[in-house]
Design a protein around this ligand. Structure first.
Ligand code: GDP
Ligand code: MG
Length: 166
């Protein structure tokens, strides 16, 4: 039940100086950082990360193109976050995809306000600060795209004895 998930602080999050604020949302919830680094995203990585077939089926080809443009040649912070049933929990902490609809208390609901309609009218991807793996299959596919095995570090936080037992 201890899961690992991939988070990206997207280029708008880095540009706005929100990296610390965003990372602390996960830390304060008791989730553990397993890996963290700054990455300037090459097009090849952007295209692997945003799987063409998946995005086209769910959101359309135009969105896929805008997404690749949004992250390519930009700086993001990539993280592996670990914890009890972490994948779904992290999605909840991020909030809904469309910032306009995201609830206050979530990252997207506290720090962003873009809408799909506005983004589409400007030929932009909706700027929503973070990416988080959507399920276990996605996490398993995405983590190795961003991190080598030896960049993901196992260690104990001092509070783990309380939560995890022996
Ligand atoms: P996520 O898992 O919540 O990030 O959402 P998706 O995987 O469905 O979409 C990937 C990303 O595409 C989102 O985070 C947005 O940045 C962008 N996006 C999704 N849908 C739309 C849309 O309808 N219009 C625009 N402009 N961008 C979108
Ligand atoms: Mg997604």
């Amino acid at each position: 039940m201890i899961e690992r998930t991939l988070i990206l602080v997207k280029p708008d999050g880095v540009a706005r100086g929100l990296v610390g604020e965003i990372v602390s949302r996960f830390e304060q919830r008791g989730l553990k950082i397993g890996a963290i680094k700054l990455v300037r995203v090459p097009e090849s990585l952007a295209k692997k990360h945003y799987d063409y077939d998946d995005i086209v089926k769910r959101r359309g080809e135009l969105v896929w193109k805008k997404l690749v443009k949004y992250v390519t040649n930009q700086v993001v912070v990539a993280l592996v976050i670990e914890g009890v049933e972490a994948i779904a929990l992290v999605r909840k902490i991020c909030g809904e995809t469309e910032p306009k609809a995201a609830l206050p208390g979530t990252i997207r609901g506290d720090f962003a306000h873009h809408s799909f309609k506005y983004a589409d009218s400007k030929d932009l991807a909706v700027t929503n600060l973070v990416h988080a793996s959507s399920d276990a299959k996605d996490a398993e596919r995405e983590i190795p795209l961003w991190f080598e095995k030896d960049e993901i570090i196992s260690y104990k936080r001092s509070d783990e004895a309380f939560h995890y037992g022996e």
